[in-house]
Design a protein around this ligand. Sequence first.
Ligand SMILES: C[S@@+](CC[C@H](N)C(=O)[O-])C[C@H]1O[C@@H](n2cnc3c(N)ncnc32)[C@H](O)[C@@H]1O
Length: 210
Amino acid sequence: MLFTWLQTVLTGRDAQRDARVDWDAKYGTDTDSSVELDGLTIRQDSRRYGERYQASDPRVLADSLKYIGLDPRGHRFVDLGCGKGRMLIVAAELGFSSCVGVEFADELARAARRNVAASGFRTISIVHGDAGNYAFRDEPFVLYLFNPFSAPIMQRVRDNLLKLKRADYTVIYKNARERRLFDEMPTLRYRGSPPPHRGLWGTHVWVPRR
Ligand SMILES: C[S@@+](CC[C@H](N)C(=O)[O-])C[C@H]1O[C@@H](n2cnc3c(N)ncnc32)[C@H](O)[C@@H]1O
């Protein structure tokens, strides 16, 4: 951390940002720049609970899976609030059998479709709509969340998870501002925070309680 900060100060370059932009160069995608929701076309009332678009560090997913020893093959990957679709492509690369992203902003859903097409992965689909309405399937899956929305929508997501007959899901939640909801779920057990993604804005993981 200190080294990265010193490097940024001394060289004027942000190494973490460089790594993210390099990731885009690999597939010819455009996922890096942040977007405020104010100027976007969002038809859902839930827009007031939504957080701006900001892309995840692509390494978060592999580090989280390694931390809990989860083999993504045979699992679906679900990113609620997928933005421009970066983590869907990362998940497809890692071997998830299918990947779905839900995004409510028209412009971001379109960008996600463009990026997914550029990546060439055919296992990814984008749902243009409200994450609070997403009906999970009774199959093994990983739910990925990067601070997408506040409690009213997260409560609906939690209620939709609790409708499932099989609790065969893992939750990976970055910048987990509503983590209390998952801590309280009878179907989940808090597993911890994978290194090096610890700290205030870090990543937290819950696994099925067996
Ligand atoms: C912090 S970004 C995360 C982007 C992506 N998941 C990633 O990790 O790279 C949060 C995203 O959630 C979307 N969002 C917020 N509320 C939503 C809702 N109710 N339904 C669908 N998308 C939503 C925003 O438009 C934004 O793109």
